[in-house]
Design a protein around this ligand. Structure first.
Ligand code: NAP
Length: 495
């Protein structure tokens, strides 16, 4: 029985689109991309809050094979990323393969027919030879279970569900959370609201953002002489790489560099915030890099404004008209903005139920054993399955380096499978274990294990205290391995 499709891809963000482009290149043209949202773009479709912009320079935060010479700024605003995603979908003929408002419930490997059986909410069932999940790392919004939140009589907005029609002018607003999202959003809210209280549990490291508009003349040069933009990308990527590899992964050997970044952030804070007590509260007490650091020239100085207050007492409950903190103080508000991030380790990894060979449930396997994936992409007992958002898959700081390494991995794997005239692949237990042992050992010298991260509340760590998100290697190395991993790390069979 032939499956409906060559492949089902779950997720129409940049990861899923990268997988689609690679499937096309491999000649597996009959695929469908299923997307729960109403449009493509993933993160850049869902997030529309004021102030949204990339925090990796746009020359690097884009596909290397599809440069965009028209970024308006060094760090492009979110809307430009969404337009770029649309451009890529059109240029690579992906849009007609996408189905929106389609919630995938689960997928099960049918060993008899060598295919994946994918169940969609509403009861529809699709089958495919290959399954690729590109459901994102930061795609399951998190709302903390604050007592009384259901009784709040005003407006509640999670940053992933921004209400474009809601006017903040004159409001008494609260922002809960001080992660990268809040750092971008808080200055924008402060500008409009009559009063803003920022509820902080853990301060974040913030360094200056060197952001400039890219003049039309430079855009023209990028357009006419693509090599110039390639050079800019190389310079930027090299800087990010140094930060990641030396400052984060080789923390044991390069503590001074990491400390230097912390000093820079403290000088930035000193220069921007007048009140000493506020500065003290905004100073992190964990090492730089334990949590994704962020860039901003406007976040700290927002706390100088007379209409902005930083609240560091923990939230006890929410009442219809305000937030009560542990000291008994009530902050009266009419607008509650939740910049409380995402749940990675409970409801993601995987985002849908995936049942492999012998009835093995991927989510249960990861939780009962350890989170793991060979080269951050395949898992034993899950034939013909590419898990694009895997533990230990994220390499470098720009997500595009991960996406393109995975596309290369797909190219080598499928190329070998086709050469053997096979249709079914599965990574071996041995190769997977060796990879897990290797990354575990390498992470030993990273800031996550050598640094002081216990008070960071970082989503890099899972429920077992393991920093199982980042692949502890340079992106150069990840890309090299993607095109040279031992072919015998997989078994190949005919369908
Ligand atoms: P986040 O970093 O997970 O931050 C969530 C915030 O909510 C934290 O400050 C957290 O405090 C707080 N929080 C959670 N539960 C709480 C509770 N019960 N009480 C009080 N506070 C609570 O999420 P995010 O800011 O959305 O950013 C997530 C990631 O998205 C970033 O690290 C970055 O990778 C990405 N991002 C990128 C961009 C960009 O590229 N432009 C922009 C925004 C986000 P604790 O720290 O104490 O847990």
């Amino acid at each position: 029985m032939a499956p409906h499709y060559d492949a089902v891809v779950v997720g129409a963000g940049f990861g899923g689109m990268g997988a689609g482009i690679e499937l096309d290149r491999l000649g597996l043209r009959d695929f469908v991309i299923l997307e729960r949202e109403s449009d493509l773009g993933g993160t850049w479709h869902v997030n529309r809050y004021p102030g949204l912009a990339v925090d990796i320079a746009s020359v690097t935060y884009s596909y290397s094979f599809e440069p965009n010479p028209h970024w308006s700024r060094l760090f492009a605003p979110g809307a430009e990323l969404k337009r770029y995603a649309e451009h890529v979908a059109d240029k690579y003929d992906l849009r007609r393969r996408m189905r929106f408002d389609t919630v995938v419930e689960g997928a099960r490997w049918d060993a008899e027919h060598h295919r994946w059986v994918v169940t969609i909410q509403g009861g529809e069932v699709l089958t495919a030879r290959y399954l690729a999940t590109a459901t994102g790392f930061l795609s399951q919004p998190y709302t903390p279970p604050f007592p009384g939140i259901d009784t709040f009589a005003g407006k509640i907005i999670h940053t992933t569900a921004w209400d474009d029609g809601y006017d903040l002018t004159g409001r008494r607003a609260a922002v809960i959370g001080t992660g990268a999202t809040a750092v971008q959003l808080v200055p924008e809210v402060a500008r409009k609201a009559a009063e803003l209280t920022v509820f902080q549990r853990t301060p974040i490291w913030v360094v200056p953002k060197i952001d400039v508009a890219i003049p039309p003349a430079v855009q023209k040069v990028f357009d006419r002489v693509p090599l110039t933009q390639k050079a800019a990308r190389l310079v930027n990527t090299t800087m990010l790489e140094a930060l990641m590899v030396i400052g984060v992964l080789h923390y044991r050997e390069a503590k001074p560099l990491n400390r230097g970044a912390g000093v820079l952030a403290k000088v930035h804070l000193r220069a921007q915030v007048r009140d000493a007590d506020t500065r003290r509260k905004l100073t992190p007490h964990y090492d730089f890099g334990c949590k994704r650091p962020t860039f901003s020239n406007t976040y700290f100085r927002t706390f100088n404004r007379p209409n902005v207050r930083l609240e560091t007492n923990s939230i006890e409950r929410i009442e219809p008209d305000g937030i009560v903190t542990a000291d008994g103080h009530k902050t009266e508000i009419d607008t509650l903005i939740l910049a409380t991030g995402f749940n990675l380790w409970d409801v993601n990894f995987p985002a849908i139920e995936i049942i492999g060979r012998d009835g093995v449930n991927l989510g249960k396997f990861w939780r009962d054993n350890r989170f793991q994936a060979y080269e951050g992409i395949t898992v034993p007992k899950f034939p013909n399955f590419l898990s694009l958002n895997s533990p230990y898959s994220y390499s470098g700081l720009s997500y595009f380096t991960t996406i393109e390494a995975q596309m290369k991995h797909m190219g080598r794997l499928f190329g070998e499978m086709f050469r053997r005239d096979a249709q079914v692949f599965e990574v071996t237990e041995r190769a997977n274990t060796e990879f897990l042992d290797r990354v575990t050992e390498k992470l030993g010298s990273s800031v996550f294990y050598e640094g002081q991260c216990s008070t960071a509340h970082s989503y890099y760590f899972n429920q077992h205290g393991e920093a199982a998100l980042l692949r502890p290697t340079s992106t150069l190395n990840a890309h090299r391995e993607a095109v040279s991993f031992p072919l015998e790390d997989y078994t190949y069979a005919t369908a």
